[in-house]
Design a protein around this ligand. Sequence first.
Ligand code: ZN
Length: 240
Amino acid sequence: MNSDLEKLFTEAFRLLGGTRPIPPVEVRFYPYAGLHHTIRLRSGRAYVRLSDICRDSPADVQRALAFVLVARLLSKRIPAAHEKLYREYSLKPEIQRASDIARRRRGRKMVSSAQGSVYDLDRMFARLNRRYFQGELPTPTLTWSQRRTRRILGHHDRVYETITISKTLDSPEVPEWFTEYIMYHEMLHIKHPARVMNGRRYYHTGAFRSDERRFPHYDEAQRWLERVARQRRTSRARAA
Ligand SMILES: [Zn+2]
């Protein structure tokens, strides 16, 4: 069915796999919510699902993608030329647009309330907007994360115009200035859109960083972040 694609993956397994036997490969396109692909091995067969956005991509891009995915599966270094070719393709405006549209149409987003048990994200956003952005930032959807994620404290999603703040920060044990700092950082992502330079996306540009340092509790916030990272390492060590 996708025999040309299957040949590309077979080639990637042959060149990257060393002495491993080459598995039979099955490739299908799948309507993922975004430019997303998966590869897995089961009972000696490789199952590949590629974003349907790549259905019409040029043959050299599909070949590069095969090498990227097989290298990832085998924990091998991705050949630099393939990585560069695929990355440049994925950053093309028309591909980004197709990916955004797929996410909007297919992605489901869980939105909970902005009112936490300790902090109210709507009020916090309005306050910071007045204080540091002359009230000029457009208000996105503000939401506490569903799960108590410690790894990601805040996230700005430009497709959904959403800022998500980790529920772990809705706690009387977390000082208000720290939760505000995480919110302020995400607000800077609205003010400073990512820039593409040399085929890479830069989110934390020089201008972003210098604005970030203007936050009055910046140094304390950095120390708090280090503490959170340390606690995470300890709890992981305990779990292991
Ligand atoms: Zn950031």
